[in-house]
Structure formats: C-alpha cells, structure tokens
Design a protein. Structure first.
Lengths: 172, 154
C-alpha cells in the first residue's frame, strides 16, 4: 500500500479533479483491493489491478451521485448550437486542483465528458498504457478502448474550441 | 484514403496503435491533406495538455489516514463466526495478519528481483574465486590458502 498510494492518488486526482474526492476514491479503492485481494491475479501488474478497481469505483460513484450528466456535446440543441453541461465544481470547498490555467480548462473539459471516456484517456495519456493494457484494466475490448479515446478527444477538442478557438480551431 | 477515415484513425496513430500498413496509408494522406494534418496537430496538443504534470500531492497525514481507514474497515469483515479467541482479540489478530500479508506480498514482489540478481552475482563471484584457487594449485579442503595471494589486488 505504502509503495503505490502516491501513484494511485495522482491518478485519482486526475479522475476527480478535486483533492477530497481523490482521497475518498483512493480510500475506497484500497478498501476494495484489501477485501478482494484473494481475487488478484498476479499475471496483471498490481498497479493495473488497482487502476481497474479505481476506474470502476469512480464510475460507480459518478453514476450514484448523478453529478455528471453526460450530455453529448456532439448533439446540437434546438437552436442549432451544441450545448454542454458542466459539473457544479464551484460549490466544493476544495474544488479544482488548478486555478485559471490552460491546464484547468483541460481538466474541466475532461470532467465534462463521460467517465469511461475520461478513464480511457487518462490511462493512455497520463499512465502511457497501450490500448491492450487499457482494455485489460477496464475489462473491455481494444476496439471499445479505441472508440472511447477517439470520442473522448473529440469531445475535449470541441470543449477547448470554445475557450481557445485559435489553438483548437480547424484549418481553413 | 478519405478524410473521415483518416480522422477516425488519428487518435490511434498518435498512440502508436496502427499497423504498419495503416500508418503508411495515413501518412500518405496527411502529406496531401492540410485539413487532416491540422487536425493531427490539434489532437497532438490535446494529448500533450492532458498528459501534463500536475502538482497533486495528497494532504499531510493522508498515508496514515489511509492505512487506518483500510485496517479499521477491514476489521469488521475479518471477524470469524467461530473464533477461539475473545471477540476483540480475534478481531485485532485477524486484521493484523491480513494487513501484514497484504503489505508483505507487495514488499516481497519488489524485493524478489533484486534478491535474485544479488544471488546470481554472489554465486558468480564464489565460482570465479573457487576456479582461481584450483588453477593456482591450492587444496580447498587441506587448510591451505584458498585464494591466490594476488586475488583482490590489481
């Protein structure tokens, strides 16, 4: 536990974007790992197994709380423009890990998307995992991982286009 | 290759997940299509932004709280129905054993490779010294010098 908790906390921070939620998620993850350690298959690296538990715990928590309504930003509203629902992060006492930075905007965009998409993207871009590894962690197929990452980045790109149109706009 | 196909493959291309043939086809299209080339640049900057280092250390004392939380919560599920100890002693014993095994396995895994390497290294040194003694004509079992006088000196 002591040798892996920092790495687990770092990943939880990116998943939740919030220090207290990250701590709760790490605690829940290790509790589940402790309880179900007899199911651990040492063919899978321990940290990958931990990420699998954490990803599932995070998604379960999101669905339970219903905080992140996953409105597809690809679907136009009745006015013909895409709408985007953002989570209410202002009310949390220790909300975002960053303030007023490009990175904060990216993190906000990450938290506006589907939890499965966010998990897949973070495993690829932060943890540097291959698609096959991500599929093993998330308990799904490589094709599903590829789709989640592709759609997640498209969602993130649309979100960033609003804040940084010159940087993320399309070429003419 | 069409632009929609190219755009659908760009994420996988960035992550090194395309086959050689797919990569060749995609690169050929990118060389001729400014729109898709721009799209690739955008996705690359997004991937980089997501992967940026964050200063996200846990609050002080988090490690201790984590251990206490896991051990404390795990105790309630570790109580057996037919314990030969008193309830409190059985509770603490089961929790301590389970937590020790859990942490011990994690520690042993990382130490195992290092130990195997060290053992192999020690074994090689011993065999080398033994062979040198044989060549020098020393009798290992006769109480004479095991190693040549020059051993260890350059």
């Amino acid at each position: 536990m002591r040798s892996t908790y920092r790495q687990a906390y770092s990943f939880a921070s990116r998943l939740t974007g919030n220090q207290s939620e990250a701590e709760d998620l790490v605690q829940e993850t290790y509790l589940r790992a402790f309880k179900f350690f007899h199911r651990y298959d040492d063919g899978l690296p321990f940290i990958n197994w931990l990420y699998r538990i954490m990803g599932n715990a995070h998604i379960d928590g999101v669905r339970r709380r219903g905080r992140l309504k996953t409105t597809s930003i690809e679907q136009p509203s009745s006015q013909g423009t895409a709408t985007l629902e953002l989570p209410d992060t202002e009310s949390a006492a220790d909300r975002s890990l960053m303030e007023g930075t490009m990175t904060e905007t990216v993190q906000r965009g990450l938290h506006a998307m589907n939890a499965e998409f966010r998990t897949a993207i973070l495993l690829a871009d932060v943890e540097g995992m291959a698609y096959e590894e991500i599929a093993e962690v998330m308990g799904t197929s490589v094709g599903t991982v590829r789709s989640r990452i592709h759609r997640g980045r498209r969602q993130l790109r649309t979100f960033l286009l609003k804040h940084y149109p010159k940087q993320y706009g399309e070429a003419n | 290759m069409t632009c929609p196909t190219c755009k659908a493959w760009l994420s996988a291309y960035l992550d090194g997940e395309l086959s050689g043939q797919q990569m060749a086809a995609l690169r050929s299209h990118l060389g001729a299509c400014r729109t898709c080339s721009r799209e690739l640049d955008v996705l690359r900057s997004i991937k980089h932004a997501v992967g940026c280092e964050l200063d996200c250390d846990p609050a002080p004392g988090f490690e201790e709280r984590l251990v206490m939380h896991v051990m404390g919560s795990g105790a309630s599920s570790a109580v057996g129905k037919r314990s030969i100890f008193t309830p409190l002693a059985g509770w603490l014993t089961a929790t301590a054993v389970a937590a020790a095994v859990f942490v011990g396995i994690l520690t042993l895994r990382s130490a195992r490779l290092e130990h195997e390497h060290q053992t192999a290294s020690n074994s090689s040194s011993f065999e080398l010294a033994r062979d040198q003694a044989y060549v020098a004509g020393s009798e290992p079992m006769g109480g004479g010098a095991i190693l040549p006088a020059s051993y260890g000196r350059r």
